[in-house]
Design a protein around this ligand. Structure first.
Ligand code: PMP
Length: 457
């Protein structure tokens, strides 16, 4: 950042140049790109990752939160090796036992998941949840919150990172397309809500109640800005009153905001839940679960006996059943990795959360000692370092007003110290971030703050 060759990472630079010949922008997901060029990694082990120039980093990105046990955990290796012996890679394509045992296990943690379907990503999970809500209600609009991310399909690609000047009034935000090819004009199908502002939300929901199939929400925005308890409670009440399906997108918060997810943390029963990340143990995975009568929209024959003549006749009418399929749904290797992940988390989650809280406190004390106003914002095992004089954040607009430039500069300085995160991202803690690793991050932080390198860029 200070010089074009800030990194001095020759091999990463070479990899990037080569990648650009084959991959648009040199990356396979736009989010992987950051200036001057992304760092190419070659190895991960526990809390550490190693780049192609042989620099070692403590990893705080942890696969955008997907790796709750760190890199290459022994229990995951054993589970997939064992599964591989049974199954090769993907022999089945049929029902198998782990589909049921894993569903049962998720339900034990989140009793709202009365029935479950598997997908191959968080995006597919939120997409199926939204479609289930359309099918169940017969309505065609959804409402989402400003600054909330739910994956890469049309209806939710609005107002994730809008500039405030184009986003309209705070109490009634305008939908702002997040991608080319998303028409500003299609906004009639996506209504935007302001997070943590319940009276404004109620006004908007009442206005659109006859057309809204669902409200989809990250109960903890971006995995770090929590809803207030009273906001969540009232959002549950008003959606119930208006006959709107409430979808919790717990792709980030599942097994990170406690072992019962955000729904346990808030003690709220959503109608539908989307999960992903942690439960796949590092593999591509998603889950949709929720109320029996909504989930049954996707059941062949709506759960009735196939051999009943009348049902069989109805089943022939495909448009009665919500389409849901996928070659890899319920992939045995991924379910094996998911089981192994939960085996470990059920024992180690609480210690990880405790260490996360101690780490947050130590960071806050250190920033304060060096005269930088900073708060950590988060729940469970994810949080963000936010440079602000405020005591708390309530939503996207609030976050935009914090010192993002300074935060970015801090991240670049930490990268130079060997602490990895994508600039501006959250910190995702894993069971492998032990006291020694945290101490080492704190020493790096102190060196950065001591140097006083954090002047505006
Ligand atoms: N919802 C949330 C809250 C997410 O954080 C993400 C991914 N960051 C998604 C949905 C999409 O998941 P995936 O990247 O697995 O498609």
């Amino acid at each position: 950042l200070r010089t074009p060759d800030f990194w001095h990472k020759e091999n990463s630079k070479r990899c990037y140049e080569k990648a650009k010949e084959f991959l648009p922008g040199g990356v396979t997901a736009n989010i992987k790109h950051f200036p001057p060029y992304p760092i190419t990694m070659k190895r991960g082990e526990g809390a550490y990752i190693v780049d192609v120039d042989d620099n070692r980093y403590i990893d705080l990105l942890m696969g955008y939160g997907a790796l709750a046990l760190g890199h290459g955990h022994q229990k995951i290796k054993e589970a997939i090796e064992e599964q591989f012996q049974i199954d090769g890679t993907h022999l089945f394509g049929t029902p198998h036992e782990k589909e049921v045992s894993f569903a049962k296990r998720l339900q034990e943690h989140m009793p709202s998941l009365e029935k479950i379907r598997y997908t191959n990503s968080g995006t597919e999970a939120t997409l199926l949840a939204v479609r289930l809500a359309y099918a169940y209600t017969g309505k065609k609009k959804i409402a989402k919150f400003e600054g909330h991310y739910h994956g890469g399909f049309e209806e939710v690609l609005y107002s994730i990172t809008p500039t405030i000047s184009e986003a309209g009034p705070g109490e009634n935000p305008h939908p702002v397309p997040e991608s080319s090819e998303i028409e500003a004009g299609t906004d009639e199908d996506t209504v935007i809500l302001p997070f943590n502002q319940i009276e404004d939300c109620k006004n908007i929901l009442r206005r659109y109640k006859d057309e809204l199939a669902a409200v989809i929400v990250e109960p903890v925005q971006g995995g770090f800005i929590p809803a207030s308890r009273s906001f969540m409670k009232q959002l549950r009440e008003v959606t119930k009153e208006l006959g709107i399906v409430l979808i919790f997108d717990e792709v980030k918060t599942g097994f990170r905001t406690g072992l019962q997810g955000a729904q346990g943390f808030y003690n709220i029963k959503p109608d539908l839940t989307a999960l992903g990340k942690v439960i796949g143990g590092g593999f591509p995975f998603g889950v949709v679960g929720g109320k029996d009568e909504i989930m049954m929209e996707s059941s062949p024959n709506k759960g009735k006996d196939l051999f009943d003549a009348q049902t069989a006749k109805q089943a022939a009418n495909k448009s009665d059943v919500l389409f849901h399929s996928g070659t890899y749904n319920g992939h045995p290797m991924i379910l094996a990795a998911g089981h192994a992940t939960l085996d470990v988390l059920e024992h180690e989650y609480h210690d990880t959360e405790k260490r996360t809280n101690q780490f947050r406190k130590a960071l806050e004390d250190m920033f304060s000692a060096y005269g930088y106003p900073m708060i950590t914002v988060g729940t469970g095992t994810i949080f963000s370092v936010v440079l602000t004089e405020k005591e708390r954040l309530i939503n996207y607009r609030d976050f935009q007003k914090t010192n993002l430039q300074l935060r970015k500069q801090f991240d670049y300085c930490m990268l130079r110290e060997g602490v990895y995160t994508k600039p501006l991202n959250r910190y995702s803690m894993a069971t492998v971030h032990g006291d020694d690793v945290i101490e080492s991050i704190l020493q790096s932080t102190e060196r950065v703050l001591q140097r006083g390198g954090l002047s505006p860029i």
